[in-house]
Design a protein around this ligand. Structure first.
Ligand code: PLP
Length: 413
């Protein structure tokens, strides 16, 4: 059955499995647990190995029919040409860096990135890859950092935890002009709020653990090719993958080197759970974004709160950009108390937000950032990332907004 076009976001996701041909009439894609895939004719096995067969599986480290069905859904959501799934978002990010960069290359990365991504940047420097971290809210800083050996620019759509929004379109233009691979981590926004293809991204990263799975019950990651980058001009594609249509070269190398060699494979069980979560992505993003905006507006009026960081507040430094590109502001909201020494007491008085790391669960999660996820980074790095000692991050869940506001009010009192 072929896909009837055009379908809107959620319709597309909930019917996606049928277009590939439902197995035994199963409404949901089955969980395939076979590690081995066999063929009647050895020629068919050879075709799978040599990549001349369309689709086809050989060993589950490189994917199964269940992970492939999820990859197809994410490709549709991001408006891309293909996707490779990984065991976690970090596995996807590491696969991009380690399979597409070489010693002597230069990477320009956002200074405002997820803490573990920041940690990987340090590892890359030790492997001989030069890394510059810049304030990507200003594209002039990115332009000034470029060198003759720059290969890639890496940003997050809505940075965690400071909610900075890069100059997404201007950086895209810069990358197009210079032939650079533009990688956008779209984890917080998700393809429902924003598609990085719209600003010229070549690769899009999603930690499926967060917005897309959305229930705090499965880890996963995905890298999607938007089809906008010219892989034939990219020097780091191995000779073995410089065959056939150049549009597939990047993902082919990511699958072979990132999954086959490095082995951070998404299980079929997790892929199934993530696919179920993806069906309610739009509903959850609408709900949590509306609640987060209500909380942000309320917090901004409280004398006990010094600063609120939320893209859809007019006070946000990149508010105009957020309005231009994002459908809504997402579940990520950070704020600072007027008296940072009250941070622990405030968190402890809250009854609903759960003191935990993690993002995009169905329950609201709260964490003091400097003392936990950015503790290892140290004070100098925290200061350069705009993380104040009293910064508190909320991942807003599905609770009724009035209950959350009442709880915040009693804790602030
Ligand atoms: C959580 C997160 C990641 C890493 O994803 P995992 O699935 O936890 O490995 C990457 N980028 C951002 C922006 C994240 O929030």
């Amino acid at each position: 059955m072929t896909t009837p076009e055009p379908l809107n976001f959620t319709t597309q996701i909930v019917h996606a499995d049928r277009w590939g041909g439902a197995e035994h009439g199963a409404i949901h894609k089955p969980i395939h647990t076979s590690v081995q895939y066999g063929y009647e004719r050895v020629e068919d096995l050879i075709a799978v190995f040599q990549g001349t067969a369309k689709g086809g599986f050989n060993y589950a480290r490189q994917g199964t029919p269940t992970t492939a069905a999820l990859e197809a859904k994410i490709t549709q959501m991001e408006g891309g040409t293909g996707t490779v799934c990984f065991a976690t978002g970090m596995a996807g990010i590491c696969a991009i860096f380690l399979t597409l960069l070489k010693a002597g290359d230069h990477l320009v990365a956002s200074r405002f990135v997820f803490g573990n991504t920041n940690s990987v940047l340090g590892t890359l420097a030790d492997l001989g890859i030069e890394v510059s971290t810049v304030d990507v809210t200003d594209s002039a800083e990115v332009a000034a950092a470029l060198r003759p050996n720059t290969r890639m620019v890496f940003v997050e759509t809505i940075a965690n935890p400071g909610t900075q929004i890069p100059d997404l379109a201007a950086i895209g233009q810069l990358c197009r002009d210079r032939g650079l691979l533009y990688v956008v981590d779209n984890t917080v926004a998700s393809p429902y709020l924003f598609r990085p293809a719209a600003v010229g991204a070549g690769l899009v990263v999603n930690s499926l653990t967060k917005s897309i799975a959305g229930q705090g019950g499965a880890l996963g990651g995905a890298v999607t090719d938007t089809g906008l980058f010219d892989w034939s001009a990219y020097p780091n594609i191995f000779a073995a993958y410089r065959k056939g249509d150049a549009r597939g070269w990047g993902l082919q190398q990511l699958r072979k080197k990132g999954l086959r060699d490095m082995g951070a494979t998404l299980s079929s069980q997790a892929a199934h759970q993530i696919a179920l979560g993806a069906e309610t992505l739009a509903l959850r993003m609408d709900r949590t974004s509306a609640t987060a905006l209500a909380l942000a507006q309320w917090l901004e009026q409280q004398p006990g709160v010094a600063r609120v960081l939320y893209p859809m507040l007019p006070s946000h430094p990149q508010h105009a950009r957020a309005q231009q590109w994002l459908r809504a502001g997402s579940w990520l909201l950070s704020f600072e108390l007027a008296d940072p020494s009250r941070c622990m007491e405030f968190c402890n008085r809250l009854r609903l937000p759960i003191k935990a790391t993690g993002l995009a669960d169905t329950r609201t999660l709260i964490i003091p950032v400097a003392h936990t996820i950015f503790w290892e980074a140290g004070p100098a790095v925290r200061a350069s990332m705009g993380i104040a000692d009293g910064m508190i991050r909320l991942s807003v869940g599905l609770e009724d907004p009035a209950d959350l506001i009442a709880d915040l009010a009693q804790a602030l009192a």
